[in-house]
Design a protein. Structure first.
Length: 347
């Protein structure tokens, strides 16, 4: 089946993302949306069957979800072998001018997860980073459940209790279930996630930097705080998980900035067959110039281009676009022109 391009402006409202920046519309999608330069966009849901922000096919023929329904077995391939009704993959672009709230996701097997709910394994590929930018990952050495819970319930600043990791363009971070995390300011990134189809992915908010907001979602010291889920977050935290350098060994890849003039290069970032081990997500980076045979993959994939362009089976994907790549047991030929892309799939 032919790859299908997806709409380029599936943006969430600014009220939902008060931390958003201007680089999605003003940089990554500048050529696609010239009239949107300067627009604040925190999230672009690039590949989504979620009812709240569903992706639509670029040609206007319908939604990503309805296209999958039209030929589920052929499009999903192995991803649908267990009877899964649609894809579990969700891919977003994020751009930040402020820190996101500190969050945590349970595993699917956690007792807090009820019918109709799902864990939310995710990862981040850093496209651009301002000097000094970073992410918050895990807890600092020595922080106990009692100490963190007491600080949160008393409205204390818990920054020092979090693990801060400076990041640069080309870095990749895998977020395991039960790991506290937050995206810092000054970052543009691709965020592949896995949410079971038909279920609500669970996110528990630990802390929101003691910010308050007005009714339009803007920060306002006289406004109201966002809802927190302190008890739930503490309950699903993996208190015995590695911290510091030991944590980074299992969740951080520093792939570096790609050379877009070089021969095409395929770099596995996470999955079952290379990169960081993951039972939920397969993510790889493809970059360079020239012809390249994509590795065989018998499931639906998303290709998100963050620089240059590439052509797959006659379909041109340019900077700021995402394409749905149906399952196919044979290799696909791609032609890259100074391309830089992230290829994602869900297990």
């Amino acid at each position: 089946m032919t790859p299908r391009l997806l709409q380029v402006d599936n943006f969430t409202p600014t009220r939902r993302t008060p931390w958003g920046g201007t680089r999605i519309a003003g940089d990554l999608k500048r050529e696609l949306l010239p009239g949107e330069v300067g627009r604040v966009v925190g999230e672009s849901w690039e590949f989504s069957v979620e009812p709240d922000f569903p992706s639509r096919l670029l040609d206007g023929s319908g939604s990503l979800a309805s296209w999958i329904d039209s030929a589920r077995e052929a499009i999903l391939g192995r991803e649908g072998d267990d009877g899964r009704p649609s894809t579990a993959l969700l891919v977003k672009l994020l751009d930040t001018s402020d820190e996101l709230s500190v969050q945590i996701h349970p595993s699917d097997a956690d007792p807090t997860v009820r019918e109709g709910e799902s864990g939310k394994p995710e990862c981040w590929y850093i496209v651009a980073a301002e000097p000094g930018a970073g992410v918050y990952l895990g807890l600092a050495e020595g922080v106990s459940r009692e100490a963190l819970g007491d600080a949160l319930r008393h409205g204390a600043d818990v920054t020092a209790m979090l693990g801060f990791v400076p990041v640069s363009a080309g870095d990749f971070v895998l977020i395991e279930a039960g790991t506290a995390h937050a995206i810092g300011r000054g970052l543009t990134l691709v965020e592949p996630q896995r949410v079971q189809p038909g279920c609500r992915g669970l996110t528990y908010r630990y802390w929101d930097w003691n910010r308050r907001y007005d009714d339009a979602g803007r920060t306002d010291p006289e406004g109201h705080p966002r809802a927190l889920h302190v008890d739930e977050a503490l309950a699903v935290t993996r208190w015995d998980a590695p911290r510091g350098a030991a944590l980074l060994e299992r969740c951080l890849v520093r792939a570096g900035s790609p050379d877009l003039r070089s021969a095409p290069t395929w770099t596995p970032l996470c999955g079952r067959d290379g990169g960081l081990p993951s039972e939920h997500l397969h993510v790889a980076r493809l970059h360079g110039t020239g012809a390249f045979d994509l590795p065989e993959w018998e499931s639906l994939r998303a290709v998100t281009v963050v620089d240059g362009k590439l052509v797959i089976d006659g379909v041109t994907i340019t900077r700021g676009q995402t394409c749905a790549l149906p399952a196919r047991p044979a290799a696909r030929r791609a032609t890259l022109d100074r391309a830089h892309a992230i290829v994602s799939a869900a297990y």
